[in-house]
Design a protein around this ligand. Structure first.
Ligand code: NAP
Length: 309
């Protein structure tokens, strides 16, 4: 099969579109014929060696949507030809024509959208869901400040928070202000010419996907007992107690049951994956260059097969 692998860590040029053996499903696993693969910042962080010395060569990619093609022995919840989406483990490979995944990591894809939009969901959708609901416990009527709202995680977070009935404040640059209002943000702060800490206050939850100064300044906008959750920053020891709030760094879990919940919300037409760029699998280098700019809107997806929708 065709796949995009790395044989060494480095720049986008280490991504090689090449022939590799098809994977075989083991016990409890399904094999997916991939139609579309999502791109995440984690992919280029892995490629650069920022995530550690992982075994090489490695097929890149974590998010897939496609069709169940073969079943491993026992314990699998799917039938051949079912349309699924999944977050695969590092090294299993999403940038490929086939991948294998434990069946607990997959779910039936939303009926109302195609494979391209479904492939945009797993990492970013799960990250947003787990930050807002599993970690921070966001509830109807509460307020949430979402940093990096125009990105992959942010566009899901804005829509999930709105679906829950929260008041949503978002940060983005000027070109994304009207867009974020159109997907449900109540207030959008242009971080290029406004200080969010002068505008937002008394928030129940802050979701930080940016880190650095943005993370450091977020403590002060929370109400006492509020929750700061970050996808990027480690929480300095004692900082939450010092500020009288709670705080946690996300480690996204691959969870087929949560993907199924997200699929339901999408099929209620309350949330829509925002895909702004679709490229062929062979253009993974370009996809990484775009993602590394840190200013893409929504998601980039690689097309592997033919999406009928
Ligand atoms: N811990 C985990 O398990 C986990 C899971 C998922 C993601 N992550 C991490 O979370 C981060 C975000 O992921 P992502 O997929 O959302 O990334 P992304 O799609 O690349 O985010 C790009 C967005 O960030 C916005 N942005 C950049 N600088 C900003 C700033 N100073 N203030 C506000 N917005 C800013 C940009 O908006 P403008 O163009 O308007 O500036 C752009 O829309 C990444 O570092 C990723 O690796 C971690």
């Amino acid at each position: 099969m065709k796949a995009v692998r790395i044989h060494e860590f480095g720049g986008p040029e280490v991504l090689k579109y090449e022939d590799v053996p098809e994977p075989q499903p083991g016990p409890g696993e399904i094999r997916i014929r991939i139609i579309a693969a999502g791109v995440n910042p984690m992919d280029w962080k892995i490629r650069k060696g920022l995530v550690g010395e992982l075994p090489l060569p490695m097929i890149m990619g974590l998010d897939v949507a496609g069709v169940v093609d073969a079943l491993g022995q026992g314990g699998v919840f799917f039938q051949p030809e079912e349309e699924v989406f999944a977050k695969v483990s590092i090294g299993e490979g999403g940038y490929a024509e086939y991948t294998v995944v434990n069946s607990t990591q997959a779910a039936r894809k939303p009926r109302s959208i195609g494979f391209v939009e479904s492939a945009a969901i797993p990492t970013a959708g799960l990250a947003a869901w787990q930050c807002l609901f599993d970690i921070a416990g966001l509830e109807k009527g509460q307020s949430v400040l979402i940093h990096g709202a125009a990105g992959g995680v942010g566009t899901f977070a804005v829509q999930f928070a709105k679906w829950k009935g929260a008041f949503v404040v978002a940060t983005a640059s000027g070109t994304n202000i009207e867009f974020l209002k159109s997907i449900g943000a109540d207030v959008v702060i242009n971080y290029t010419n406004q200080n969010f800490e002068d505008i937002a206050c008394n928030m129940d939850v802050v979701l930080d996907t940016v880190g650095g100064d943005t993370f450091d300044k977020s403590w002060g906008v929370l109400k006492p007992g509020g929750f700061l959750v970050s996808t990027v920053a480690s929480i300095p020891e004692g900082a939450a107690e010092e500020h009288g709030v709670r705080a946690q760094t996300l480690m996204t879990k691959s969870d087929g049951k949560e993907l199924a919940q997200i699929a339901e919300v999408i099929d209620e037409m309350r949330v829509k994956p925002i895909v702004t760029t679709i490229l062929p699998l062979s253009d993974a280098q370009k996809a990484h260059e775009m993602s590394e700019s840190r200013h893409t809107r929504g998601k980039i997806v690689l097309l592997v097969g033919e999406d009928p929708m």
